[in-house]
Design a protein around this ligand. Structure first.
Ligand SMILES: NC(=O)c1ccc[n+]([C@@H]2O[C@H](COP(=O)([O-])OP(=O)(O)OC[C@H]3O[C@@H](n4cnc5c(N)ncnc54)[C@H](O)[C@@H]3O)[C@@H](O)[C@H]2O)c1
Length: 380
């Protein structure tokens, strides 16, 4: 039971009751699993243009409003924060409506369909003084946190190479029907980079490792797919992206590879971060979700492997030897969002910022130019 002295909950609304909207309801529904989060959310309203999508939320006892038009939802005074999880072409209009309605915004990636849209959303949020962050949950994994802390500490020595990757295989089946993520007008010209890219760029950008140049290898693998109505529909987004970039780190040019793939055989949802230096190195992959690999050098060179437990940024009731999974990360990310909004994040890792989202679009814009011209492109 919540002690009577605890502050009132932050009232959250969801616009876009699809895959991600439900995950938020689930994360809030077991908020009592968190032991030291200073803020408590309550999901009070949900909006989707499809009435059927709202029905799932009728089992969530705190939800009082079920709206079909986001403007109706935004006119409600009893909402503090809005989480928006809609197709990318709707990010800019709906995010701007949220900000102008006086609400704080937890945005989904990629934060606008392209770079100009991302800049306009960021600038409006700043102008209005709203608290805005962008969803990117993988850095909240204990293994990712350990990799981040080691990379930030300077203990790696002179950095030799970095690889950040996010790999899917769901699109390998050519019979899979098309959806909005495979169509440029909804997903954006950057395709898979819009879809999976913030997951890959968040940690390097937070470490200050923004690339200055990129050579991009972008692939379109299936040109069309079943349209779900008996016909075929063009699949006009980039499916796989391998970006060979150079970042200046501690005054030295360092190769930084960013990989985002929808057709990576055997990978269901694999997030990888590796950084190798002259003295130490780190390798973490959700393929082995509890295993952290650490490289060190003395007379010989060693890869050491350790099993991590439930060392999440916010403490939980879960035993320290157990493994965290995707729903735990989302809950940790939301705890970070709400704590930072309240000025109570402390030294913990914060969610991706609008500036980081704009910076990641700057990389994808240059990658598109590199692919078009088959040359190395400068990044703004
Ligand atoms: N952080 C992550 O791990 C992660 C994972 C998947 C998707 N996403 C992001 O979440 C967003 C949504 O993706 P998804 O996979 O949940 O999509 P989805 O297609 O499952 O859900 C989108 C929902 O938005 C609704 N919608 C469309 N137009 C609307 C409008 N005008 N008003 C209200 N609702 C509207 C649709 O009816 C649908 O229910 C995207 O930005 C995507 O990149 C993030």
């Amino acid at each position: 039971m919540i002690p009577p002295a605890s502050p009132p909950p932050v009232r959250v609304a969801v616009i876009g009751a699809g895959l991600m909207g439900r995950e938020v309801a689930s994360a809030f529904g077991r908020w009592f699993a968190l032991l030291d989060c200073p803020v408590r959310p309550e999901l009070v309203a949900v909006c989707d243009v499809h009435a059927a999508a709202l029905d799932w939320f009728r089992q969530v006892p705190t939800v009082k409003h079920f709206d079909l038009d986001h403007r109706v939802l935004l006119a409600r005074s009893e909402i503090d924060v809005v989480y928006v999880a809609v197709p990318h072409h709707l990010h800019e209009p709906i995010y701007l409506d949220v900000l102008r309605a006086g609400k704080d915004l937890f945005a989904e990636k990629p934060f606008g369909i392209d770079l100009p849209a991302a800049r306009r959303i960021r600038d409006e949020g700043k102008r209005l003084g709203r608290f805005v962050r962008v969803s990117s949950e993988f850095p909240f994994l204990p293994g990712a946190q350990r990799a981040f802390q080691l990379a930030r500490s300077g203990a790696l020595g002179r950095l030799l190479e970095v690889r950040s990757a996010f790999l899917h295989s769901s699109d390998l089946d050519p019979a899979k029907a098309i959806n909005w993520k495979r169509q440029s007008k909804f997903c954006g010209e950057a395709g898979v980079m819009n879809d999976l890219g913030l997951h890959v760029a968040h940690l390097p950008l937070r470490l200050g490792w923004k690339p200055a140049r990129v050579y991009a290898q972008l692939q379109r693998i299936y040109a069309d797919r079943p349209d779900g109505k008996g016909g075929r529909a063009p699949c006009d987004t980039w499916d796989n992206a391998a970006l060979h970039t150079t970042a200046t780190i501690a005054g030295q040019p360092v190769p930084l590879t960013l990989e985002m793939k929808r057709l990576a055989p055997t990978e269901t949802n694999t997030w990888i971060f590796e950084a190798l230096g002259t003295d130490r190195g780190v390798r973490y992959s959700t393929k082995e979700p509890k295993t952290l690999w650490l490289y060190r050098r003395d007379q010989e060179q060693w890869w050491e492997k350790t099993d991590l437990g439930f060392g999440t940024p916010f403490k939980t009731i879960t035993g320290h030897i157990f493994e965290p999974g995707f729903p735990d990360l989302l809950q940790q990310m939301w705890a970070a969002f709400l704590a930072e909004r309240a000025g109570l994040l402390g030294e913990r890792f914060g969610c991706a910022t609008p500036d980081e989202a704009v910076a990641h679009h700057e990389i994808w814009t240059a990658a598109l130019a590199s692919q078009r011209d088959q040359s190395v492109a400068a990044i703004d």
